[in-house]
Write a protein of this length. Structure first.
Length: 735
């Protein structure tokens, strides 16, 4: 049984203290009845035992107040954020619905809670939180920016409270997320103080010895460091005053986490990190004289101290993409110590402080399109008196040009807005793209044309008989997918052309017709083909009848000559062609259906193509007709399960002269002349017609489809047996 939830004396005192502070800070933004409703809700939760301590033993009501105070005092949020923080545990545990919150506290509070719930669902997909893509997805998934700000504040508070926690594994997990996810998010949003605190605390818990080593070293060297900064600044200040410049100078020590990163990168001890602090000279200068004054300061500083030319960063002439402007130099100060000096104006400093931190960017993290301007606007909204109202109207458009989706393994992929399932298939591998037929998105089957949406979990579906088509180019969005489709189409065209040319040459040789390239070009034009590749494709797949082509060829070759004697143009019907297929007679095989009924009209099902000798059954269709299926038809189990009352018995009785179209799939090792070998076997079979053959070869393997006309199952089994003797053939199966 769970112990009854109670407050300790210390927790009660801290709660009352925080409650009073919050009330004073957000009092003006509270609505009538807010205080009474939230107090009643919390007391009711305690009374009903709906409040339980977390894995660290922390009081959720107290931690909620602590988080709320951070969001108000250090971020600038007000009433709606505080209400959402205090109500979130009840919503998360199912004691309170978001709809009810909307009715009692307003749509804005409900929207924040809905965003927090969506983030929780995102976490359940086990993403790799260390990736930049996941941080960006989190931003785009939140809808309302206050969701992200609350999450950052909550993690800062949690990191403050778990200092003495006994649950080491849980503390390690929380610290890793703080370092990899929440600190970068805080920095992107310009919350520099919170970012540094998250990094330092995560280092404290994950690298305990390193943290206290640096902390102790900083404490030991503080007096000497302050004295050094003063000695460095004083002469510069005198020179700047003498030049008549208005300015002020800041000196700051780097964070413990930043120093530790430098120690690891430079593979040195604490004493080896030369730039433990930086000096910032900020000028009060009119806009038209900013650059001149900055370069004047540069001249004064470098006249006094030797500069390192490799460490000059000029963002005055060409500002960064986020609008950041500044001049960074590193000079050799007293005692032969390198010191970083940043020179900028008040205006530049304000832009740098309100936008994305430039220091983060020049370390190699590149921003997404539109990110900087957007984040600067966020900071301005939070700092204005009507910031809350502006935030309520603010819609998430940061990544409007990008979507982020999960693979089944939890990997996160980024695509431009408008990308489809087919784009993702080609992103994974060209073979996956070439054989893509659709996908399962969040366990729902969709076509490969389906647009991707942020947060989707996508599993690509493939089929061995799928091939790229020209219209796929209009389905995909990414240039990568388009180039791979074009390459696949080109390879297919080459194969089809070779196969079609082989067919034409064989036909012409059999009919003793001379093949002339010039006549061929005229035939292609006469048959209204804009591209020769399309002509060969239709020859290869049987869309263009070979007899029609030969007749057209002969007509073009004869031209305007008189039709006499040997040059008489003859109809294709007079040729005995291997591919010439007479119209099959009306099916005269006898099929007995149900209770010895003969002569009943029926159709052979296309899903399984039954032939004489197959074990079959009849299925009464909605229109009243009967479809004949093989007993091993892929659809047979479902038909029997759902519509058993419409299934009737059927069996073959008398044999006529009917022929049936049968498709065979052939797989094997590629070899020169494989097509000739297969067709020669078929040609030797009496009363058997080859309708079409399609062979696809890749990486030394071939996969082909043969369509033949034959009489019954006995002839089919005989044909399969003979085809298996062809060199290289490994597998033959009926489709």
């Amino acid at each position: 049984m769970v112990d009854k939830f109670t407050f300790t004396t210390e927790e009660r005192e801290e709660t009352l203290k925080l409650y009073a502070q919050l009330k004073e800070l957000v009092g003006e933004s509270l609505q009538p009845g807010d205080e009474e409703k939230i107090r009643h809700h919390l007391l009711l939760c305690i009374e009903r035992q709906q409040v339980q301590r977390d894995v660290f033993g922390l009081n959720p009501i107290l931690t909620g107040l602590q988080t709320a105070l951070i969001t108000v005092s250090e971020i600038g949020l007000r009433r709606d954020a505080v209400m959402a923080i205090m109500l979130h545990p009840s919503v998360e545990n199912g004691y309170l619905t978001i709809e009810r919150v909307g009715e009692e506290y307003g749509v804005s509070v409900a929207r924040i809670l809905h965003g927090l719930q969506r983030i929780q669902e995102l976490y359940k997909k086990n993403p790799v939180i260390e990736s930049e893509n996941f941080r960006n997805l989190l931003l785009s998934f939140a809808e309302d920016m206050r969701v992200i700000l609350i999450m950052i504040a909550d993690r800062v508070n949690l990191m403050r409270q778990i200092r003495d926690a006994a649950q080491e594994s849980a503390r390690q997990e929380v610290s890793q997320e703080a370092a990899y996810l929440y600190a970068p998010l805080a920095h992107k949003l310009g919350l520099y103080k919170l970012k540094s605190e998250l990094e330092d605390l995560s280092l404290k818990y994950m690298e305990h010895d390193a943290y206290y080593l640096i902390k102790d070293k900083l404490s030991e060297t503080k007096k000497s460091r302050d004295a050094y900064i003063d000695s460095f600044i004083r002469p510069i200040s005198e020179k700047l005053q003498a030049a008549g410049l208005k300015f002020h100078i800041k000196g700051r020590t780097k964070s413990i986490h930043s120093i530790w990163q430098k120690m690891k990168k430079q593979k040195c001890g604490f004493e080896g990190v030369y730039d433990l602090f930086a000096i910032r000279i900020i000028l009060d200068s009119p806009v038209e004289k900013e650059k001149m004054h900055c370069w004047q300061v540069y001249s004064i500083v470098t006249d006094m101290y030797q500069p390192n030319p490799k460490r000059l960063r000029d963002w005055l002439s060409v500002p960064k993409s986020n609008g950041y402007e500044s001049l960074h130099i590193t000079v050799l100060g007293p005692q032969q110590k390198w010191v970083e000096v940043q020179i900028r104006t008040e205006r530049m400093d304000e832009i740098a402080e309100k936008g994305v931190a430039a220091h983060w960017r020049y370390k190699g993290v590149k921003g997404e399109s539109g990110l900087d301007e957007w984040l600067t606007n966020i900071r301005q909204m939070l700092e204005t008196s009507d910031g809350e109202e502006a935030m309520d109207q603010f819609k998430m458009d940061l990544y409007e040009d990008e979507v982020f989706v999960f693979t089944p393994r939890g990997d996160l992929l980024k695509f431009p807005k408008g990308a489809t399932v087919l784009d993702m298939a080609y992103h994974i591998h060209s073979k996956i793209g070439n054989s893509c037929v659709g996908a399962r998105i969040n366990n729902k089957v969709v076509s490969f044309r389906q647009l991707l949406r942020s947060g989707d979990q996508v599993e690509i579906m493939t089929a061995t008989n799928q091939k790229p088509k020209q219209e796929w180019l209009s389905v995909v969005k990414t240039s990568r997918a388009k180039s791979k489709i074009r390459l696949a189409l080109k390879e297919t065209q080459v194969k089809e052309a070779l196969f079609a040319k082989e067919m034409i040459e064989r036909k012409f040789k059999n009919k003793k017709i001379d093949l002339e390239e010039s006549v061929m070009q005229q035939v292609v034009k006469k048959l209204h083909y804009k591209e020769v590749s399309e002509f060969y494709r239709q020859i290869a797949d049987g869309t263009l009848d070979m007899n029609t082509f030969i007749e057209t060829y002969l007509n073009v070759k004869q031209g305007d000559r008189a039709i006499t004697g040997d040059n008489q143009a003859r109809s294709a019907d007079e040729f005995e062609l291997e591919e010439h297929i007479p119209q099959p007679p009306v099916n005269d095989d006898v099929l007995i259906i149900d209770r010895n009924l003969k002569g009943v009209e029926y159709q052979l099902a296309r899903c399984c193509n039954p032939i004489y000798g197959d074990s079959v059954f009849g299925f009464v269709t909605v229109s009243g007709g009967i479809k004949i299926h093989r007993t091993d038809c892929p659809n047979a189990p479902e038909l029997r399960r759902r519509f058993g009352y419409r299934v009737v018995k059927a069996k073959w009785s008398g044999k006529g002269a009917s022929q049936y179209s049968i498709s065979l799939r052939v797989i094997g090792v590629d070899d020169i002349g494989i097509v000739n070998n297969l067709t020669s076997v078929i040609a030797k079979e009496e009363k058997l017609i080859l309708r079409s053959i399609n062979i696809d070869s890749h990486d030394g393997l071939f996969r082909g489809t043969l369509v033949v006309m034959l009489e019954d199952i006995t002839r089919l089994e005989s044909l399969i047996k003979r085809l298996k003797t062809v060199k290289g053939v490994k597998q033959i199966e009926r489709i």
